[in-house]
Ligand binder design. Structure first.
Ligand code: NAD
Length: 330
């Protein structure tokens, strides 16, 4: 019989892609979220609309389940994360503490928690040419935002539940996952999607001036969604119990990302640097442990990933402009 797995946040970006991947692998998949997937039908065998801040919903979600992929979170890009500390800390602590406790109550065997590169201390990310972050760099702790603090404390909770109750927990720290069928407008979108939207707007409206938050020299690495779901599954199947980075280790500036997307769109752009939240100055993933543990690392190039993402977002913007919805023009 197929292993029964739960994906929380299955209406969201990574969760909806992961649910489809797990179905292809032969799992029976339950998905839970407070919203349906926005951009495609859910691949789940059983999709339930449940608010996981409520205990009884967590119990319902994890009942009869053998393995949990815990992805549900109140989250967004830098603009959202830097402006909603209380809401993020409260909602995500409620979701994560109760989902893990209910999984334990219901006898779940394996539990993967989706943490973030946002756990790493701000003082290690002050330069654009930053030293790549190793897993042990998370301590002494000083995440920039409440979002990162919550991730760190839930990592601890997972470790203690494994040690105290024997539930096999896995902890993955994502570094900027991007791809099609994710939030691309409305304030929660992240940098790659926002960049694609701005450049698609530029192309389709003829106004080639693009707004960039800060001087655009801040650096990041970006990992394509297909590599992300593959890595998540490999980690879940491994016997590795400590936190593990999952991302690319090729760092680019936001200005370079803009030029890359403009090249894909086939237009030239003028960058207008405006005041806006930028997060840490530089961030990159050290993949030494990822390679050693999973004998694998993300393979899809940034250019190819951005090409696929841009084409999808350009189509969304085209449809929006076609239907006269003004929010695309931003
Ligand atoms: P997402 O916002 O697309 O997905 C999260 C989903 O959780 C959303 O569909 C949302 O509706 C759902 N959710 C929120 N509150 C809920 C609640 N109370 N009950 C049930 N569901 C609820 O984000 P994503 O990019 O798919 O991220 C998935 C996970 O990965 C999150 O835990 C996020 O913090 C983590 N992560 C993502 C990235 C990234 O680059 N995308 C980076 C680091 C960590």
């Amino acid at each position: 019989m197929a292993t029964k797995v739960l994906v929380t946040g299955a209406g969201g970006f990574i969760g909806s892609h992961l649910a489809a991947f797990l179905k292809q692998q032969g799992y029976w998949v339950r998905g839970v979220d407070i919203k349906e997937p926005e951009f495609a039908r859910s691949a789940c065998d059983d999709f339930r609309l449940l608010d996981l801040r409520r205990w009884e919903n967590c119990l319902e979600a994890t009942r009869g389940i053998e393995e949990v992929y815990a992805l549900a979170a109140d989250m967004g890009g830098m603009g959202f994360i830097s402006a909603h500390h209380s809401q993020i800390l409260y909602n995500n602590a409620m979701i994560n503490f109760q989902t893990l406790e209910s999984a334990h109550s219901n006898g779940v065997k394996r539990y993967l928690y989706s943490s973030s590169a946002c756990v790493y201390p701000e003082f290690k990310q002050t330069e654009t040419n930053v030293v790549p972050l190793r897993e042990e760099d998370a301590y002494p702790a000083q995440p920039q935002d409440a979002y990162g603090w919550e991730k760190l404390i839930t990592e601890r909770l997972c470790t203690h539940y494994r040690e105290d109750y024997g539930i096999e927990t896995r902890i993955v720290r994502f570094h900027n996952i991007f791809g099609p069928k994710g939030t691309w407008e409305g304030g929660r979108e992240k940098a790659p999607a926002a960049m694609c939207r701005k450049i698609a707007n530029a192309k389709l409206t003829g106004n080639h001036e693009i707004e960039i938050w800060g001087d655009g020299e801040q650096t990041r690495s970006f990992c394509y969604i297909d590599d992300c779901v593959l890595g998540i599954h490999k980690l879940m199947r491994s016997d590795y119990q400590e936190p593990l980075n999952l991302g690319q280790d090729r760092m680019v500036t936001i200005n370079e990302l803009a030029d890359m997307v403009a090249g894909i769109a086939g237009i030239s752009i003028t960058k207008k640097h405006v005041v806006g939240p930028q997060g840490v100055r530089g961030r990159n993933s050290d993949n030494t442990r990822l390679r050693a543990i999973l004998r694998w690392e993300p393979e899809i190039s940034l250019e190819e990933g951005m090409r696929r993402t841009y084409l999808w977002i350009e189509e969304q913007v085209r449809q929006q402009i076609g239907t006269g919805r003004a929010s695309a023009i931003a």
